[in-house]
Design a protein around this ligand. Sequence first.
Ligand code: SF4
Length: 207
Amino acid sequence: MYIDQILYPIESLGPGKRMAIWLVGCHRGCKGCSNPELWSTEGHRDVPVSAVLQTIHEIHQENQIDGFTITGGEPMEQAEELLALILGLRQISRDILVFSGYRIEELLKRKGAFSMILENIAVLVDGAYCEELNEQLPLRGSSNQRVLLIDTTFAEPYADYLRQEHSPTQNMYFDGVTTSVGIHRKEFRDELKQKLQKYGVRSVEDG
Ligand code: SF4
């Protein structure tokens, strides 16, 4: 599967200390997308799902992982691999949140792994990103998107998380590179890049 990065612990993309996984590949081309560097799979390695799962299980042996957030890119563009990943992650936590630009109604009409994916996750955040509707809401890049609770056993932690007025963000710095995780204001990316350049620090999308 085409995967960009795995980060842990992430507290700005769902309740608890989560592992966030960014998949590569998206043909949707939303205006103002915060991760255009993840549209093309060119230059990214195709990693076996089993290898990704092995790494995650090793991290889990020494760390409490409360849940997983899978984003990208468009995770549904690698549906077969995504399903295999989700089934493996469920051995650690059933709290699996997936972001998709497709609405659930579209996904349910499709043949293939889509319905199985939806049966095995806790939450789907669905719908196209619309820059004009970016209100920095928790878990929603734009207010037209929906947070759909599929596994109701997770109703309480998600209800608490969504009560926040704005999405929390989390900044990380390692190996001379900085990254900021969460739902950001639409101006955030350019502002951050300018500030970092002043101090000679690279951001993740600089490569
Ligand atoms: S679906 Fe997501 S990754 Fe793809 S272009 Fe839209 S916002 Fe960007």
